[in-house]
Design a protein around this ligand. Structure first.
Ligand SMILES: [Zn+2]
Length: 958
């Protein structure tokens, strides 16, 4: 190859690291990312989540931030006035729980801080103080953000505990309350039983949103008290032939509203968060319970209480009913303990019979709990969607017969609702809440339970008026990738009341009830608006006391009298107006970047709160979500100890290589796999380009030969296509084109020059490298800046214009012709490889008669409009049988032609002989055999019986 391999890979990475430092300093000095309003330029405002500074960044954090930066840099080069700001989220449990863990001496965490993040011992001990922790990691993260080359306007930085920012949050919550979107209510929430705080996604280990669902309890009576069997399928109670308890578990006897009930110990604890005045009376072992009998409250029948180890005492009450006709677990275990119990079916599914559970177990022969779980889900789905209630009236107590007559023929969802109401109204059951995706753990390590929170402040995302506004915003919003739109619509539908305050953690107190702190997913919904003016508050040294409700009302919404506000706050009219104007210049937000895990909470709250507070013209315009980052194919986790600190990765691979690797190896919505080998290969290809560019002065050729035209055409095409890709944030396709395809174009061009015996065109090479380096600049900004200056420029490539190109049919012609040459090379090599051991003497190419090209064109056209051979024959009217046969072959050729060749034939009048003569030297060079091009009429028919079709010449190798 022509690459000059002058320096080692390691030396090159060191070089990349050093130029990154150099250009970051230069950019900062020249303030090129400080964005100010400019009426003459279109603005573009982009944000990405401000981080919780509770640990340093690792590789996984990098992706979303770099994605935002690449797009920001692209838009800047497209001529937009781009604002990309950053702040830090100090609020709530993410910080305080981590500081608590340090204080408690959590071994695993301290080990990670010490040995993976290499934090000095004297610092680790201080991290027990939440504020110290937040400040320390804020500085650490900020360094990482600078070192990876994010083009941030740092003048606007703030933290969520700055009193100035708090005044903004106070205004936001006052607005929400005015509109009736904050309510005091009683509502189930995820709850940490130790810290006594509501728990949302960002308060849990592994960021799991606790999903709250309902179980129906059915009161089976025994001599000891009630056994409240918990079920999601109360409509099957008619078929309950036993009650299951876990024999190895201790059950508590408790009293609820004067009723004695027997539930697992864990359940007794959890129910105290949902039901008041529970009295604990005593304990009983599960195995003891099985000595008693139970009465089914609906059928009145006496049934056994049976032992089952599959009953999980941590789910609901730890007591379940056994319905072998409709529950695979129940059938399987009943059969296992050989209980000869009749199967009572209550649901009929057309075409599937009426004992689905038994049939599925018998047919599939499940081996373990997982198999049974799968069957349970299948039976559940089929019966839920297609099941009809059978006549259950002969199964029930005489008193209930009349009522349950009406059940016959009901769908399962209808029956479920009716039986639930019946049970509750007749004191035969009740509902309880449970965490459906349990176990979910609070950051402190305790399992999250459901609490019915009384008189708590909720953001009422279930308010229909508010939902309608949010849905309208979603309808007008652009989503990348587009398929996530339905996820947002889904969330907007199910989102309900959400507790918005906590009793612990840093943050802003609720303005009207100051013992509550606004929690972290509630004070981070419209903070993007604050960035637009954060630097002005600093610049004019406005005090928090001046930033009143009226001040914010005017700045954000234009409400109020500026004279009055000025006199009350003591802020001059000019300054208030300047701040208002700057907000209006930047808002609405043009795009929000985020990880896909934030769709069900943060991003949806962002939508709801913007819809609530701002007028429609200030609603955000787009959301881009990306997948996660794997390291060597695995999720990074504390337990795998495979966490790679971002700053360390930047030293090992260099910032530009990390940027490319994090953003271009997968589609936006998919997970990226960061592998050492791929990152190194990115470094290697950058090195090749660098060496190539160093060699540019060596090329002195001129002219516009076929090769030159072709290379220019490929670069034009690359500009057009990467622009399209970039507009859709399709970084994978862009990088594929500019890093890998471009490399092969250069290689091919060099070969074409060599074949023609010409010098590569120096000016052309320099021109296209200048275009190319601009295309690469958003991805590898430091490398691009370095090359740009080495090419003799003294401007910043970060501020250069993104290249443009015109769609050109002439360009396409050169690209297609070269493709045609490559196909001839392929065909000839096949023949050579198959028939020749040694290098052949000559390759002779015989081109078909010129007039046949028209027939091929007709055939392609007829085929593309759905026609057949018949139409072709009618059109061409062959003069004899030989011609008819030939046309048939052309038709068959047309059927097999690929799209590239079809484009060539349909778009251009191809003179095949000319075209082949043009490519002969290149073909010969690639085959390493002399090549002759002839007309088919010159073929010696006495020696060869070969036919030439248009675009499919006869190839004879001697
Ligand atoms: Zn906790």
């Amino acid at each position: 190859m022509f690459w000059w391999l002058g320096i080692s890979a390691k030396e090159f990475v060191d070089f990349l690291v050093s130029i990154a430092e150099k250009w970051q300093k230069e950019w900062e000095k020249a303030k090129i990312f400080e964005a100010n309003p400019d009426k003459n330029r279109k603005k573009f405002f982009t944000t990405v989540a401000f981080p919780y500074p509770n640990s340093p960044f690792h590789l996984g954090h990098g992706r979303t931030y770099v994605t935002c930066d690449i797009y920001a840099r692209y838009m800047r080069m497209k001529g937009y006035n781009v604002l990309f700001p950053m702040g830090f989220h100090y609020t709530g449990t993410p910080i305080i729980a981590m500081a608590d863990d340090v204080a408690k001496g959590d071994k695993e965490l301290i080990d990670i801080f010490k040995n993976i993040y290499e934090i000095p011992d004297n610092v680790i001990s201080k991290l027990a103080d939440p504020l110290f922790m937040a400040n320390y990691f804020k500085d650490e993260i900020k360094k990482a953000m600078k070192e990876i080359g994010l083009s941030i306007d740092w003048r606007r930085e703030f933290t969520t505990i700055d009193p100035e920012f708090s005044s903004f949050i106070v205004w936001q919550f006052s607005k929400l309350q005015e509109k009736g979107f904050i309510v005091r209510d009683t509502h189930p929430v995820g709850w940490c039983p130790v810290h006594h705080i509501p728990v949302g996604m960002h308060d849990t280990k592994g960021d799991m949103e606790p999903e709250i669902g309902e179980f129906v309890l059915i009161y089976f009576t025994t001599d000891l008290g009630i056994l409240p069997a918990a079920t999601l399928r109360p409509e099957t109670v008619f078929g309950a032939v036993a009650v299951w308890v876990n024999p190895d578990v201790t059950y508590s006897i408790i009293e609820i509203d004067g009723k004695k009930m027997i539930v697992s110990e864990r359940s007794a604890f959890k129910l105290t968060f949902q039901i008041d005045n529970i009295k604990n009376i005593g304990n009983i072992k599960g195995s003891e319970l099985t000595k008693y009998k139970a009465i089914n409250p609906i059928t009145g029948k006496e049934i056994p209480i049976l032992p089952a180890d599959f009953v999980d005492p941590n789910v609901a009450t730890g007591v379940v009913m056994s319905v072998p006709a409709h529950a695979p677990f129940d059938y399987f275990y009943l059969k296992k303990i050989k209980q000869d119990i009749p199967i009572v079916s209550v649901i009929q599914v057309e075409g599937q019979g009426d004992t689905l559970a038994r049939d599925f177990v018998e047919k599939n022969n499940p081996k373990n709990k997982d198999d049974l779980q799968k069957l349970t889900e299948q039976v559940y789905r089929i019966e839920y969607n297609r099941g009809k209630m059978k006549d259950v009236s002969q199964l029930v107590k005489p008193d209930y017969v009349v009522f349950f007559k009406s059940f016959t023929g009901l769908s399962v969802p209808e029956a479920r609702q009716k039986i639930t109401e019946f049970l509750i109204n007749n004191g035969l059951g009740r509902k309880i809440f449970e965490i459906m995706n349990r176990p979910v753990y609070c950051r402190c390590g305790n399992e999250v339970v459901v609490k019915i929170l009384k008189d708590q402040w909720f953001l009422d995302y279930g308010n229909p008026e508010w939902k309608a506004l949010a849905k309208k915003l979603i309808a007008n919003m652009k989503f990348i990738p587009p398929e996530v739109r339905k996820d947002f619509e889904f969330v907007a539908d199910w989102l309900q009341k959400r507790a918005c305050a906590r009793t612990r953690g840093l943050g802003t107190p609720l303005p009207w009830d100051k013992k509550w702190i606004i929690e972290s997913l509630s004070d981070s919904t419209i903070y993007m608006a604050y960035y637009t003016i954060a630097h002005k508050i600093k610049q004019y040294q406005l005090r928090p006391s001046q930033l009143t409700y009226d001040f914010w009302n005017y700045v954000m919404l234009g409400i109020g009298n500026i004279d009055e506000i000025s006199s009350k706050t003591g802020i001059s009219k000019e300054i208030i107006k300047e701040i208002r104007d700057e907000f209006l210049y930047w808002y609405p937000l043009d795009i929000r970047h985020s990880g896909k895990d934030l769709i069900p909470n943060h991003l949806s709250f962002f939508i709801f709160n913007h819809a609530a507070i701002f007028p429609e013209e200030l609603w955000p315009k787009a959301i881009a979500v990306n997948g996660f980052v794997l390291y060597e194919g695995k999720k990074m986790s504390k337990s795998l100890r495979n966490i790679i600190p971002l700053r360390k990765a930047l030293r090992i691979y260099s910032p530009d290589v990390v940027r490319i690797t994090l953003t271009s190896t997968a589609d936006m919505g998919s997970d990226v796999n960061f592998s050492d080998s791929y990152a190194k290969s990115v470094g290697e290809i950058l090195r090749k380009y660098y060496e190539f560019i160093k060699d540019l002065p060596k090329y002195n050729g001129e002219g516009t030969d076929f090769a030159d035209r072709w290379l220019r055409a490929q670069v034009n095409r690359m500009v057009l296509e990467s622009t399209k890709y970039m507009d859709n944030i399709d970084f994978r396709s862009t990088v594929n084109d500019i890093l890998y395809n471009f490399d092969s174009y250069l290689k091919e061009y060099m070969e074409m020059c060599k074949a023609e015996g010409k010098e590569p065109n120096g000016k052309l090479m320099r021109d296209i490298i200048e275009i190319w380096i601009k295309l690469l600049a958003p991805f590898a900004p430091h490398f691009a800046e370095e090359i740009w200056h080495e090419l003799g420029h003294n401007t910043y490539i970060s501020l250069e214009k993104w290249p443009t190109a015109e769609e050109s049919s002439e360009d396409l012609y050169f690209i297609l012709i070269h493709e045609y040459h490559k196909r001839i090379i392929e065909d000839a090599s096949k023949i050579i490889n198959y028939y020749f051991k040694n290098t052949p003497k000559v390759v002779k190419i015989y081109v078909a008669e010129e007039e046949l090209m028209k027939v091929l064109k007709d055939a392609v056209q007829i085929l593309s409009s759905g026609g057949t051979l018949k139409q072709l024959m009618e059109k061409e009217k062959p003069s004899d049988k030989r011609m008819a046969n030939l046309y048939k072959k052309i038709y068959e050729l047309a059927v097999e032609l690929d799209d590239t060749m079809k484009k060539l034939i349909l778009g251009y009048d191809v003179n095949e002989l000319e075209v082949l003569k043009q490519g002969a030297k290149y073909i010969s060079y690639k085959l390493n055999v002399p090549v002759e091009v002839h007309n088919i009429s010159e073929l010696d028919r006495s020696k060869y019986n070969k036919e030439a079709l248009p675009m499919k010449p006869a190839i004879i190798v001697e």
